[in-house]
Design a protein around this ligand. Sequence first.
Ligand code: XUL
Ligand code: MN
Length: 347
Amino acid sequence: MSNDNKGYRFSFGPWNINEGNDPFGPTVRPTLPFAKKLGSYKALGFEGVQFHDDDAVPELEGLSPEQLQTKAAEMKSVLDGEGLVCEFIAPRLWEDERGIDGGFTANDPKVRAWAFDRAKKCADIARAMDTKMIVLWLAREGTYIREAKDAIVANQRLLELVNTILDYDSEIEIAIEPKPNEPMDHAYIPTIGHALALSGMSSDPKRVGGLIETAHAVLAGLDPSDEMAFALAAGKLLSVHLNDQNGLKFDQDKSFGAANLRAAYNQVRVLEAANYADTKRFIGLDIKAMRTQKGDCVTAHLENSKNIFLALVDKVRSFDKNLEKQLIDARDYEALEMAVISHILGV
Ligand code: XUL
Ligand code: MN
């Protein structure tokens, strides 16, 4: 496979080079130093690094604002040295003990104050690392039982969060990454429809959009390409997390196209139809290596997913558009379906 990225820019997060632990078993691979992970990006044809706030500035909680700036600037020069850019910063509240029942929607006002403050720190880190984008994956902002929180108030608090970030930094843009469940029974803002409704209610809707993850859409029982289309129609698809998901179970983060190649084709198709590559926004991956995979620096899942994406770009571009039009005009969707499948299979 060549290194031609066909006009697209690719990113992944350092957590995608993982140690293989899951809820039923410990790590099976060593934890790599961050520098070693960064070293693999260019070699694999990736240019963007997705960061949680504490990936960018480890142990940020104890730092003064000046120290935070210095550490973020240091990470920025490390990226510069590697020829990489930061795609986004995402607040990681869910690993802190204070965030045990969520942060922004926590019932405890002290916890909410901490969470809102952390979102502002994210904006500071984003500015120092030369990105405009904050990603909100709302991990524990939901409930295990409905009676635990006031859902109306919780949604209002999420709106307050969005407005707080927008006010704090007049250049920042917010990409909400919806997910319907896990770790919670039900999460608030489960779909892109919810995310864009929140955007519409915000003080500056132009700066609030979505990041759509394939697996999250499938977990919501929705088609990822249609979720992307909804955001694209509003001009609000700020990024994607391509991966795959085999039905309704835990969030699998499989390689792109590995569970449903036709759905993967359709995600590429909608991105191509919107000329997403021309926006220079990233094709982000969010993929776990299989626990069974041997080796220290396990990256095949990332390379494979990018190659599958690029192969599907070729498939989308080479599909016979005249035939497509004829079959649509004739309303012969049986023939259209067979034409698509034959094309994907190469037969
Ligand atoms: C969780 C998930 C996160 C976000 C970043 O399901 O997808 O890794 O993408 O916080
Ligand atoms: Mn994700």
